[in-house]
Design a protein around this ligand. Structure first.
Ligand code: PGA
Length: 260
């Protein structure tokens, strides 16, 4: 096809569409407030939206904001469907550090999300490969996810898709990397207790979401945020695959953006 002016404009638009949209906020609280607007807007337009949710320290302030918005009757979760990215293996779902417990404590107990509409992989199942298939089937049935929330690991993982020579497509069991086990150990009393395996959705679930909201706060995320924004696509930084998505917003606080 000859490259006339129209084509050039088209190519330029494609390039712009493919970029990760970056927003920098002064503080973690302002990151959470900005992120909460995505939920306010989405659920106002589509009350039965499918939300891909994340755990870890990053989304805690966002969940607090969502609870506040719910209490002010600005947001309604009654028809929302929620899928979590991951869960630790080999700990009961009632364990204080399970992601199931986290979601109930941080969000579910305080808003009107129906328990029949919340899905988290069951890491305590005996047959974990059967559980992965079950979770994939649920995602197929209810998906695609309208808004996928992500944090980013210091090693570039998203969900528990850890850096590797190959990445998984669907929900899978993952052996956690030492640096992830180390990062997670702050939540557990002893090193032995820290889970070494997790179930995680694969890159396909993340990349087929309609919209992605990636949050990064704190100076310990500054290096990976810089690497992500400057990197080409590599399975050594699973988050770099997010460059393939056409509607992704990264909201950082000033500390996480400090090396940009
Ligand atoms: P964090 O974890 O929010 O606790 O930093 C992010 C992640 O590992 O995805």
């Amino acid at each position: 096809m000859p490259l006339n002016h129209g084509n050039i404009l088209h190519l330029q638009k494609a390039k712009v569409d493919a970029m990760i949209k970056l927003e920098i906020e002064k503080s973690p609280l302002l990151v959470a407030k900005k992120a909460s607007l995505f939920y306010q807007e989405l659920l106002a337009q589509k009350p039965n939206a499918v939300l891909g949710l994340a755990t870890g320290s990053t989304p805690i302030l966002l969940y607090k904001e969502l609870v506040k918005l719910y209490e002010k009757k600005v947001i309604d979760f009654s028809q929302a469907i929620c899928f979590n990215l991951d869960e630790y293996c080999h700990i009961p779902k009632e364990h204080p550090q399970s992601y199931n417990t986290f979601m109930h404590e941080q969000l579910y107990h305080a808003v009107n999300i129906s328990s029949k509409n919340t899905f988290i992989p069951k890491g305590d199942e005996v047959d974990l490969s059967k559980e992965c298939k079950r979770y994939n089937a649920l995602l197929q049935e209810h998906g695609p996810i309208d808004l996928q929330l992500l944090g980013i690991g210091r090693n570039g993982h998203v969900g528990f898709n850890e850096p590797n020579t190959e990445l998984e497509i669907g929900t899978h069991v993952v052996k956690l990397k030492d640096e992830t086990i180390n990062d997670n150990s702050r939540f557990f009393d002893t090193d032995e207790e820290v889970p070494k395996y997790a179930i995680s959705v694969g890159m396909k679930t993340i990349l087929t979401s309609k919209k992605i909201l990636l949050l990064a706060v704190g100076k310990e995320k500054a290096t990976i945020v810089k690497e992500l924004l400057e990197s080409r696509i590599t399975t050594n930084i699973p988050a770099s695959l997010l460059h393939l998505h056409s509607d992704i917003t990264l909201i950082c606080d000033e500390a996480a953006a400090s090396l940009l």
